[in-house]
Structure formats: C-alpha cells, structure tokens
Write a protein that binds this ligand. Structure first.
Ligand SMILES: NC(=O)c1ccc[n+]([C@@H]2O[C@H](COP(=O)([O-])OP(=O)(O)OC[C@H]3O[C@@H](n4cnc5c(N)ncnc54)[C@H](OP(=O)(O)O)[C@@H]3O)[C@@H](O)[C@H]2O)c1
Length: 345
C-alpha cells in the first residue's frame, strides 16, 4: 500500500491511507466494549503508525469516543497530540426516546448555535484547542446548508479547526457547502460491495481537489472474515438492523467473503513463489489494501474494538495487490451483484 501522507484538499493537514474509526469504541454499536479496551485500541493504532483518528460529538452518549482518544494520547505521552490528526464531527446528537430499543434517537441539528456549542464541548472532552479536521456530520434538512457551512467557516477562521469536511451529503449539498466554506474533505461510505459514490460524488470531489475519506470498508466486520453462516446478532448489536446481515443477503455476502479468501490465498502463494517470503494474506489486508488503492480515495477509516483487531488491520499497510488479485476481486464483486444497503444517517 502506498503509505505516503496525502493532503486534505488545500488545507495544511495530511493523513495516511488508513485511519482508525472511533465509533465502535463509544460502546453503542454492541455491548461489551469497555473503556479500557477503547483506550488500548486507540493507543495501539497510534503506535502502529495509524495517526488519523476519526470521531464525532455523538460517538457515545457523553462523548465516550472523544474521551478515549484523550486518555490514549495522555498515556502515550505529551508529544502524542502533535503527531495525530483528530477528525471530529458536529451536527448530530442523541435524545432520550423511551419508545425505542435502545431508548434513544439520533437528532440531526445543523443550526449554527448548536454546531458551535458541540464543537466547544468536543474540544473540552478531547482536551485540545483545535480539531485537525471538523466535519458537518450530515446536512440538516431543516436548516439551509449555507447556514451550517457559514458556522464551520467561522470556526475555521477562529482556529478551532484546521480543515473542514462534510459527510453524508449529496453532490448538490457538497457544491452549496463549498460555496460558503473552504471544503477540504468529504466522508461517505464505500467498500467492495457499496460503491455508490463512484457515480457522482467521487468524480466531483476529485475534480474539485476535495479529499475523499471513506467509512465501512469492512462492511461493519463482514469483510474481516470472522462471521459465519447461521450467525445472528443480539438486539444490543446494531448490526441486527442491517439487511446485509440477514437471510439470503447475509448468505450471499458470506459467499463473497469465501471468494475473497481464495483470492487472498492466491495472492500469498504468488508472492511466496516470487520469493517475497511474506506472511499469509488475511482478509482485512486484502480488503483494506484494495479500498485504499481505489482512484480518488484519500484515506480509509476502519473501526476496531480491540488492539488485536488494530494489529491485524494495520498489516494492510504492508500489503500490495497484484494485477491477478485485482482482476479476481473485480470478478467477485460483479458475481455478487448489488447488496441491500442502509444509510448511516
Ligand atoms: N460519517 C458517518 O456518518 C460515519 C458512519 C459510520 C462510520 N463512520 C466512521 O467510519 C468508521 C468505520 O466504520 P465502522 O466502524 O462502522 O465499520 P467497519 O470499519 O466497516 O467495521 C468495523 C467493525 O468490524 C469489526 N472488525 C474490525 N476489524 C476486525 C478484525 N480484524 N477482525 C474481526 N472483526 C473486525 C469490529 O466489530 P466487532 O468487534 O464488534 O465485531 C469493528 O467494530 C467508524 O468507526 C467511524 O469513525 C462514519
């Protein structure tokens, strides 16, 4: 994988090809992710050279993800903050809602005053005076996007953020946002089986020099290769709500994972035969290396819930695909066909 740091648009911020997505560390995607594990996971990422840390105001009921980042950087040492890129997001929060399970609902609020107060709170939780990258988490349908963008521009000018991004937006919303505020990055979902951004958004970002940061590269763990036929997810695991983990869709996705396993084994044996003497290629190596090398992709955010997962995923930094693996992956994607999707926001 090409590990050269790449710029976020025309901002002064550079990131590597992989970033740690800190959403699962908030303990809201499934039960059992402890604070100790969260802190150790961030620490493992930074120590493995993965210094792009992606978080958000709403990652946790009380900013648990931001607090874990702060604790991990403190444990590494006083110089740690300067060596990392902290990407935060504002514009989404949680409200109690007893009619739901779990009893909360996500609220998108892009009013300038809300954005400002969330950013101040995020900075306090992180123990820092600026975010390296600050996204509007999603456009608020009740607020003209120009108003939200204007507030992000003011935060940029005030030095509270070094670069600004927009997530979960349409191409039209990206255009309108960029007319009001320098736009350095766009964050959208993208993986082997969900490539919708290639139609319009990715070409627009590439043409405008806006960095593309992608989430769900592992399809919420599916493409890491540890799921099995007949697996079910308890209601405490948010994956139970996603169609890709249910019934026929799940079965076909697991067949795709089997195909990837064969491709990974072939890549390893060709490297071995060429005298590279490398370790076996595991699924996260293959999947993250493929995602990172797709044209126009600036950085790939993988989530993890343990230092072991970070160590396994970080191996992708040393993984290079060959033409045969690329051809086989293309064929496997075509054979799988479109998957049932669900939006994050
Ligand atoms: N902008 C947005 O609206 C938005 C939306 C979603 C995500 N994001 C960002 O993008 C990041 C990535 O998305 P994501 O975390 O939802 O999905 P992901 O990276 O596709 O999947 C992450 C999950 O896969 C499992 N996993 C990771 N490495 C593994 C390994 N080596 N072996 C086995 N399982 C492994 C873990 O789940 P378990 O351990 O629980 O099985 C982990 O939580 C997020 O953390 C967040 O920072 C942004």
């Amino acid at each position: 994988m090409n590990t050269t740091p790449r710029p976020l648009g025309s901002s002064p911020v550079f990131v590597g090809p992989l970033g740690l997505g800190c959403w699962p560390l908030a303990g809201m995607t499934r039960a059992g992710v402890t604070r100790e594990a969260a802190v150790a996971t961030v620490q493992a990422a930074v120590e493995a050279g993965i210094s792009h840390l992606d978080t958000a105001y709403c990652y946790g009921q009380h900013g648990e993800s931001e607090q874990a980042i702060r604790a991990a950087l403190a444990a590494i040492g006083p110089a740690a903050r300067e060596g990392v890129v902290i990407a935060g997001k504002c514009g989404i929060h949680w409200e109690a809602d007893a009619s739901r399970d779990p009893p909360r609902r996500q609220v998108v609020d892009g009013r300038p005053e809300r954005i400002r107060s969330e950013v101040e709170e995020s900075l306090a939780r992180l123990g820092t005076d600026r975010l390296d990258l600050l996204y509007l988490h999603a456009p608020d349908p009740a607020v003209p996007i120009e108003e939200s963008a204007g507030e992000l521009r003011r935060l940029l000018e005030a030095g509270k953020a070094r670069a600004i991004g927009l997530s979960n937006a349409s191409c039209d919303q990206l255009r309108r946002f960029a007319a009001e505020c320098p736009l350095a990055a766009c964050q959208m979902h993208f993986n082997m089986l969900q490539q919708e951004i290639e139609r319009e958004i990715l070409p627009w970002c590439t043409a405008k020099g806006v960095a593309m940061i992608v989430y769900w590269p592992l399809m919420k763990g599916l493409l890491a290769g540890r799921m099995h036929r007949g697996q079910t997810f308890p209601t405490s695991d948010s994956r139970h709500k996603y169609p890709m983990f249910q019934g026929e869709e799940f079965a076909r996705n697991l067949e795709f994972v089997d195909a990837l396993r064969t491709i990974a084994a072939g890549l390893a044996s060709r490297a071995e035969a060429a005298g590279a003497g490398c370790e076996p290629v595991r699924l996260p190596d293959l999947v993250l290396a493929w995602t990172a090398e797709q044209p126009g992709i600036t950085s790939v955010l993988f989530g993890a819930t343990s230092p072991e997962q970070v160590a396994e995923n970080a191996r992708a930094l040393a993984c290079d695909l060959d033409e045969e693996a690329r051809r086989q992956i293309r064929a496997a994607i075509l054979a799988r066909g479109p998957v049932a999707g669900r939006r994050a926001v």
